[in-house]
Design a protein around this ligand. Structure first.
Ligand SMILES: Nc1ncnc2c1ncn2[C@@H]1O[C@H](COP(=O)(O)OP(=O)(O)OP(=O)(O)O)[C@@H](O)[C@H]1O
Ligand SMILES: [Mg+2]
Length: 460
């Protein structure tokens, strides 16, 4: 694995951990705020309860004098503990004067404020932060209200403890979230590593490398399947290419060997003029075969690499091919019939269409028995045009229908290298048609006798 800084896994971990962390943080904060609110309400309730019982006993029934007790205020804590807190209490008269205080407030009772009545609030006395409640007194005495307070310290300490606890839990949750996010990211990206490794292996030339079966998410699984299919296709293409090169070398060697043998034999000792002429004629045949092979190889390479666009009239191409091969047809006593409507045009360079038709008609003429006809027929089918070439020869076995389009495949044993054919004719036809968005095939549904080859091209 390269540096993790920019990797998908590192990013996923960061994003997941960040999101989870932020969620936990917000939830923790909200929980803490709710908790502190509850604690304050609990304290206020305890203060009110204590204040009510203080009010009961604040006025002496016999002499109507007011006095407050200096006992502690018991406040129940959220964790179930009870705290005894210093009591700060003051009794106010109707005119706001202080009637009585606990020792803790002696001489320092805060001045009366109307807004305090029935309220709970924070107040500071001699530097001590207090939580206070004020309750009204009954109407039968001079006293108007009782203020009862305790130091906030205890509450703050409880809040601090809870905040610390929450913070601890938060840190723990964050650590777990990060670990989980890292694990999840690892799980999500595990198969990507396998895919990347395979791609690297292929780029280093290992065409047997495959990602194979991966678990994980559906998208990654289908990426792995697609990549494997692509590598398999690539491997197939490379194998075909290698086979082609070795076949081509083999094909080139045959006429060259024959040529060399011919020349060596001629040079071995002095010959008569007739012998030299015969040797030269054989050498000439070999050179012609080499030339034909070179031409066909070039045509095939051109068909694969650059398809000139354009539009070609099928009738014109067929007429030119017929003119070119007329003599050969006559020689074999084979009639050439053209059934091609004038108006049909296809999207193909005229030269390429002519070459494809010529190869098919040449084959047909070669396989047609004497006194039969070879028919070239063109028809429009919607967006496409089919051109068929039919003869009345021995035909092609169904199982060879695809093989004959492979380079250098010749079925006829008599039609070997020495007989002149390169075995590239049909391969060139197919490549030319495919380069122009069409195709070429043997019509496997054709009812004999003979073979029917069909090329399909887009109409122009
Ligand atoms: N009309 C046909 N009838 C019967 N067999 C055919 C016909 N056309 C082609 N074939 C078979 O397919 C093989 C391949 O044809 P292809 O045109 O590619 O090569 P070729 O004709 O042998 O050589 P080339 O065309 O390069 O001179 C032929 O050798 C022949 O066996
Ligand atoms: Mg041929």
């Amino acid at each position: 694995m390269p540096a993790t800084q920019g990797t998908l896994r590192a990013r996923l971990t960061r994003v997941l951990a960040g999101t989870l962390g932020a969620t936990v943080l917000i939830a923790g904060g909200a929980l803490l705020a709710a908790q502190s609110h509850t604690l304050e309400r609990q304290l206020d309730a305890s203060l009110r309860a204590h204040a009510r019982s203080e009010i009961e006993t604040a006025i002496d029934r016999s002499d109507h004098r007011a006095h407050l007790h200096d006992d502690a205020v018991d406040v129940s804590h959220s964790a179930g503990r009870t705290l005894a807190l210093t009591k700060y209490a003051a009794l106010y008269a109707r005119d706001g004067a202080v009637l009585a205080t606990t020792r803790s407030l002696r001489g320092h009772a805060p001045p009366w404020r109307r807004a305090w009545l029935d309220a709970a609030f924070d107040v500071t006395v001699r530097g001590v932060a207090l939580r206070a409640v004020v309750l009204p007194m009954g109407t039968e005495t001079d006293a108007r209200a009782l203020l009862l307070a305790v130091p906030r310290d205890a509450l703050n300490a409880a809040l601090r403890a809870q905040a610390l606890l929450a913070l601890g839990l938060l840190a723990l949750a964050l650590a777990i979230a990060t670990a989980l996010a890292a694990q999840l990211a690892r799980w999500l990206t595990r198969d990507l590593d396998a895919i990347a490794r395979t791609a690297r292996e292929v780029s280093q030339g290992d065409l047997d490398a495959r990602v194979g079966k991966v678990g994980g998410v559906a998208e990654v699984r289908s990426l792995a399947v697609d990549l494997d299919a692509m590598i398999a296709r690539l491997a197939g293409l490379v194998a075909t290419q290698r086979r082609f090169v070795s076949d081509a070398a083999h094909e080139l060697r045959a006429p060259l060997t024959s040529l060399r043998g011919e020349l060596e034999l001629a040079l071995r000792r002095p010959r008569t003029a007739d012998e030299y002429r015969a040797a030269l004629a054989r050498a000439h045949d070999d050179v012609l075969a080499l030339g034909a092979l070179a031409d066909d190889l070039l045509a095939l390479a051109r068909a694969r690499t650059n398809a000139d666009d354009g539009s070609a009239s099928v009738a014109e191409a067929a007429a030119r091919v017929a003119a070119m091969l007329r003599a050969r047809a006559d020689e074999r006593r084979v009639a050439l019939a053209l059934e091609v409507p004038d108006a049909l045009c296809v999207r193909c360079a005229p030269r390429d269409l002519e070459r494809a038709l010529r190869n098919l008609v040449e084959n047909a003429l070669r396989h047609a028995p004497a006194d039969t006809a070879v028919t070239v027929r063109a028809e429009a089918h919607g967006e496409s045009v089919t051109v068929s070439v039919r003869d009345r020869g021995e035909g092609v076995a169904l199982e060879q229908a695809e093989r004959i389009f492979e380079p250098f495949v010749r079925l006829d044993p008599a039609r070997n290298r020495d007989a002149g054919g390169t075995g590239l004719g049909l391969a060139i036809v197919r490549e030319l048609c495919r380069a122009h968005g069409g195709d070429a095939s043997l019509d496997v549904h054709h009812e004999g006798p003979g073979a029917r080859f069909v090329i399909t091209l887009r109409s122009a």
